[in-house]
Ligand binder design. Structure first.
Ligand SMILES: *Cc1c(COP(=O)(O)O)cnc(C)c1O
Length: 467
C-alpha cells in the first residue's frame, strides 16, 4: 500500500515512511491510495479473536511489507497489554439500542492511548531497524500529549516535544504531561489556544531545513497510523452487536475529526455502518459546515470538554480529498481559501456525499451537563463531558431511527474531569491509582510565548538528535 498527500505534490510513500513523516511536505495529509475491503465472511471471522489479533489482521493490507504480520501482532499485543481491561474496548449497554464503547482503559485514560501505544512501538522499531533517531513534535488539546509522552517513555530513539495551551487543559491532563520524568520528554505550555499550538507545529514542519535537521516526526492525529489503529474498535464493537448481519451507527465526540474518520474508513472497508454522527461541543464548525455547506472559522470557546475545543479540524481534509474524487488541486484551493479568508464553501456534490454518511449534532454546555446527570441517575454510569456529548448525540440519532443500535464512543475516563462531572451530577468519580500517583508527582515544564521561532530555538537546544 502506498500513501499520497491530500495536496498532491509531496512524494508518494510506503507505510513506514508515512508513519515517520506525519505531515506531508506539501502541508497535506498522507492517505492510503486505496482502501482494502473485507468480505462479509472475513468480518464474520472477527468475533472471538483477541483485540490485538483483530488489530494486526486489519492492519496487514495497509502496511504492506514494512512490517510482517508477526511484527504487527507482537507490537499490538505489547501495546494493548498496557490497558487495564481484558477486552481493551468493552461495550456497556445504557438503554434500548444505546451502547457505550469504553475507550478509556489505557495508561492515560483517554482513547488516544489506542493509537499512541501501538504507533510508538511501530516508530521505535522502524528507527532501530534504520539505526536512526527522531524528534517527535506535536500539539495537544490535552489527551494526545499525555498519551504521546507516556507511549514513548520506553524509547531512547525518540525525543518528544509536546505543546499545550497554557491554562486550557484540565489539572489531570496537565500533570499527566508534566510529571513524565525522563530526558527525552518535554512538555511546553504555550501562551495561546490549542489552534495556536497546532499552527506552530505546522509552521515548524513546513520549515524543511529545520525538519531535516531535527528528523521531525509527527504523532498528531494527522499521522495516518493513528487513524489506522482507531479503525479496530469500530470493528470489534460492531461485530459484537451482530455486524455484518446488522447495521450499527456510531456517535463520536469530535474535535480534530480523527476518531470519526476512522469510522468512515471502517465503513469503506466493508463494515456495515449506518450513520456516523459527528458530535461536537459549542465549537461547532463541522455542524455548521454539514448544515449549510460553509466551513468557517470562528473564535474558540472554552468548554467542559477541552479536548474538543478546536476550530480547525485537521483530519477533515482527508474526507475532503475523498469527496472531491481525490482531486488534490481542489483540496489545495479549499485550503488556500481557508488560509486567506478563514472559510470555504463545499460544492453541492461534496456536501451531498458527506450528508449521505454523516450527521452532525452540536451539544451545548447545558445539555452536556444534563446528559451526565441523566445517565448517572438512570444507570449509575458516570460519563465524562466528552463522552456525554457522544451519548447525547446518540439519543438524538435513536429518536430518528430506534431500530438501529447506536454505539456512543466514551473517549475519556470521568476521573480526568472530576470537577465538571461533580458539578453536573453531584457524584465524584473514583480516582484510579495511576491518576493518584500522577497528581502527587512534581511537575516539570517550560512556558513559552505563542511564537514559532522561539519554540524552534528551544527544541534545537534540547533535542539529542542534533548533538
Ligand atoms: C481527542 C479527543 C476527542 C476528539 O477526537 P478527534 O479525533 O480529535 O476528533 C474527543 N474526546 C477526547 C477525550 C479526546 O481526547
Amino acid at each position: 500500500m502506498h500513501y499520497v498527500s491530500t495536496r498532491g505534490t509531496a512524494p508518494v510513500l510506503k507505510f513506514a515512511d508515512a508513519l515517520l513523516a506525519g505531515l506531508a511536505r506539501d502541508g497535506g495529509l498522507y492517505t492510503p491510495q486505496g482502501v482494502p475491503r473485507l468480505t462479509p465472511a472475513e468480518i464474520r471471522a472477527l468475533p472471538g479473536l483477541r483485540y490485538a489479533e483483530v488489530a494486526a489482521r486489519l492492519a496487514v493490507p495497509f502496511v504492506g511489507d514494512d512490517f510482517s504480520s508477526a511484527e504487527l501482532l507482537a507490537t499490538a499485543e505489547d501495546a494493548y497489554a498496557q490497558f487495564d481491561h481484558a477486552a481493551k474496548a468493552p461495550l456497556r449497554q445504557l438503554d434500548d439500542n444505546l451502547f457505550l464503547l469504553e475507550l478509556f482503559h489505557g495508561p492515560t485514560f483517554a482513547f488516544k492511548d489506542f493509537a499512541m501505544q501501538w504507533l510508538a512501538r511501530l516508530i521505535d522499531r522502524t528507527l532501530s531497524q534504520r539505526g536512526r533517531r527522531a524528534t517527535i513534535l506535536g500539539a495537544t488539546s490535552g489527551d494526545t500529549g499525555a498519551a504521546a509522552l507516556e507511549a514513548f517513555g520506553g524509547s531512547d530513539r525518540a525525543d518528544v516535544f509536546i505543546l499545550f495551551p497554557l491554562g486550557r487543559v484540565s489539572e489531570v491532563q496537565r500533570k499527566q504531561m508534566t510529571t513524565v520524568d525522563r530526558p527525552g520528554a518535554h512538555a511546553i505550555a504555550i501562551e495561546g489556544a490549542f489552534d495556536d499550538c497546532q499552527a506552530i507545529v505546522k509552521t515548524l514542519f513546513a520549515d524543511l531545513s529545520f525538519r531535516e535537521e531535527l528528523a521531525l516526526s509527527g504523532v498528531n492525529s494527522i499521522n495516518w497510523a493513528r487513524i489506522l489503529a482507531q479503525i479496530v474498535y469500530y470493528f470489534t464493537s460492531a461485530v459484537a452487536l451482530g455486524a455484518p448481519g446488522r447495521k450499527v451507527s456510531f456517535a463520536v465526540p469530535t474535535g480534530n475529526f480523527g476518531d470519526v474518520l476512522a469510522g468512515y474508513f471502517a465503513g469503506a472497508m466493508g463494515l456495515t455502518v449506518s450513520r456516523l454522527v459527528v458530535a461536537t461541543n459549542e465549537n461547532d464548525i463541522l455542524v455548521r459546515a454539514f448544515e449549510g455547506g460553509h466551513y468557517e472559522l470562528r473564535e474558540v470557546k472554552q468548554t467542559q470538554s477541552p479536548s474538543m475545543d478546536i476550530q480547525v479540524s485537521s483530519n477533515f481534509e482527508r474526507l475532503l480529498f475523498d469527496v472531491y474524487a481525490r482531486d488534490a488541486v481542489a483540496v489545495r484551493r479549499l485550503m488556500a481559501a481557508l488560509g486567506a479568508e478563514r472559510a470555504f464553501s463545499l460544492s453541492r456534490d461534496a456536501l451531498q456525499q458527506i450528508r449521505a454518511r454523516f450527521d452532525a449534532i452540536r451539544v451545548d454546555e447545558e445539555d452536556c451537563a444534563r446528559e451526565i446527570a441523566r445517565t448517572y441517575s438512570e444507570t449509575g454510569t458516570i460519563l465524562d463531558p466528552h463522552s456525554a456529548i457522544g451519548v447525547r448525540a446518540a439519543r438524538a440519532t435513536l429518536a430518528q431511527d430506534p431500530a438501529t443500535p447506536v454505539i456512543a464512543l466514551a473517549t475519556a475516563h470521568p476521573a480526568k474531569f472530576p470537577d465538571a462531572v461533580a458539578a453536573a451530577c453531584g457524584a465524584r468519580p473514583e480516582t484510579p491509582e495511576r491518576i493518584r500517583r500522577v497528581l502527587g508527582s512534581p511537575e516539570r515544564f517550560e512556558t513559552l510565548p505563542n511564537d514559532a521561532a522561539g519554540v524552534a530555538a528551544f527544541i534545537r537546544a534540547r533535542a539529542r538528535r542534533v548533538k
